[in-house]
Design a protein around this ligand. Structure first.
Ligand code: ACO
Length: 329
C-alpha cells in the first residue's frame, strides 16, 4: 500500500505593487472595459524593484512552514516551479534554500510554465511515496512582469506576479493527493515563449530593438488549446482515481482567462459556482496561479476537511495537468 501524501501547510504571497487596468490604459491603446470583458482581469501585482522570484517564493514558503508548524531546518527537499528564475543559469530554488535558511534541504527548479504547481505536487508526492524523503516544500513563484513588453497590449496586460507554497507530508489514509494526470503537447513554433535569450538565439542588439527578448503569445492558439486541455486534464485525473465530476466539491483552475474557465465549466457540465476564481485580482501568475487560488479559497473558508478538489492547469510548452486532492487539514 502506498502512503497517502497531502498538503499539511499552505502559504501564499503577492507583491504589494498593484497594476490596474486604468494603469494599462496610460501605457497602451486598451481599455478597462476590453480587458474585463475579454479576460475578467481587473488588476495584477508586480514585484517591486529589488524583488526577484526567489524573494516571492521565500515569503510564500515562510507562510506555508508556519501553517505546517515547521521551521526551515526541517525541510528535506525544495521543488520550485517557475519559468521566471532570478538568473539564467543558477536555479532559483538554491537561492530560496539560502534565503530561507533551509540548510538541510536539496533543491531544484521545475519548468512547466503555468502547469508548474501541479507538476511539482505530483513529483513531490512520488518522492515521499518512494521513501526517499519525509517532507517536500513545493513552491510555485513567478515574476512574469519582468519579461513583459510594456508596449505589447496583446500579451502584457494578462500577466502578474505571485507565489504559493505547500508542505507535502504523509497524511491520514485516504486523504491527500488521490490521483493525477500530467500531459504535454509539445510545439516547436512560437505560440508562447521568449524567442531570444536562450541557447538557440542568444541576445543581440537587434533582438532587443525588435522586442524579441520579451514574452510573446499567440492568444487565440493558446485559447483553443486551453478550452480543451482544462476539461481533458480534469477528467483524466478523476478517471485515474476512479472518480467522476460528481465527486468534486471545488475546482481550482489555472487563472488565465474567465472565458476559458466558463468554457471548461460547460464542457465538464459543472456550475460556475464550483470553480474558484481570483484572476480579477492577480491576472495570470503562471505557475503560481493555481496555488494562489487554492490558498485564497482556504483562507476564505471555501475548503473544509474531506472536500474533494481538482487543481487543473495549462500553459506554455504546451503543458497541462490536473490533480485530485482530498483536503486533509
Ligand atoms: N486592448 C484592446 N484591444 C486589444 C488588446 C487589448 N489589451 N489586445 C488585443 N486587442 C485587439 C487585437 O489587436 C484585435 O484587434 P483587431 O481585430 O483590430 O486585429 C482584437 O482586440 C481581437 O483580438 P483577439 O486576439 O481576437 O482577442 P481575443 O478575444 O482572442 O482575446 C486574449 C485575446 C484575451 C489574449 C485571448 O485570446 C486569450 O485569453 N487567450 C489565452 C491566453 C492565455 O490563457 N494565456 C496564458 C497561457 S498560460 C501560460 O503558460 C503563460
Amino acid at each position: 500500500m502506498l502512503k497517502s501524501v497531502g498538503i499539511v501547510g499552505l502559504g501564499i504571497y503577492a507583491p504589494e505593487k498593484v497594476m490596474t487596468n486604468a494603469d494599462w490604459e496610460k501605457l497602451v491603446d486598451t481599455s478597462d472595459e476590453w480587458i474585463r470583458t475579454r479576460t475578467g482581469i481587473q488588476e495584477r501585482r508586480y514585484a517591486v524593484e529589488g524583488q526577484g522570484t526567489s524573494d516571492l517564493a521565500v515569503e510564500a514558503a515562510k507562510n506555508a512552514l508556519k501553517d505546517a508548524g515547521m521551521v526551515p531546518e526541517d525541510v528535506e527537499f525544495i521543488i520550485l516551479a517557475t519559468c521566471t528564475p532570478d538568473y539564467r543559469a543558477q536555479n532559483a530554488s538554491s537561492l530560496v534554500q539560502a534565503k530561507l535558511g533551509a540548510v538541510n534541504a536539496a533543491a531544484f527548479d521545475l519548468s512547466a510554465a503555468c502547469s508548474g504547481f501541479i507538476y511539482a505536487l505530483a513529483v513531490g508526492k512520488s518522492m515521499i511515496q518512494s521513501g526517499m524523503y519525509k517532507n517536500i516544500l513545493v513552491i510555485a513563484a513567478e515574476s512574469v512582469s519582468r519579461l513583459l513588453n510594456m508596449k505589447d497590449r496583446n500579451t502584457a496586460i494578462l500577466f502578474g506576479d505571485g507565489a504559493a507554497a505547500a508542505v507535502l507530508k504523509e497524511v491520514e489514509d485516504g486523504y491527500g493527493i488521490i490521483s493525477s494526470f500530467l500531459g504535454t503537447e509539445g510545439v516547436t513554433d512560437d505560440i508562447l515563449r521568449i524567442n531570444v535569450g536562450g541557447t538557440l538565439h542568444p541576445v543581440t542588439h537587434e533582438a532587443i530593438d525588435n522586442g524579441d527578448v520579451y514574452l510573446k503569445m499567440n492568444g487565440q492558439e493558446v485559447f483553443k488549446f486551453a478550452v480543451k486541455a482544462l476539461p481533458k486534464a480534469t477528467k483524466s485525473a478523476l478517471e485515474a482515481g476512479n472518480l467522476t465530476v460528481e465527486d468534486l466539491d471545488l475546482v481550482i483552475p489555472h487563472q488565465a482567462n474567465m472565458r476559458i474557465i466558463e468554457s471548461a465549466a460547460k464542457r465538464l457540465k459543472l456550475p460556475m459556482e464550483m470553480f474558484y476564481v481570483n484572476l480579477q485580482k492577480y491576472g495570470n501568475t503562471s505557475a503560481a496561479s493555481v496555488g494562489l487560488a487554492l490558498g485564497e479559497a482556504v483562507q476564505e473558508g471555501k475548503v473544509k476537511k474531506g472536500d474533494m478538489l481538482a487543481l487543473t492547469g495549462f500553459g506554455a510548452g504546451l503543458t497541462y495537468g490536473s490533480l485530485v486532492l482530498k483536503w486533509s487539514k
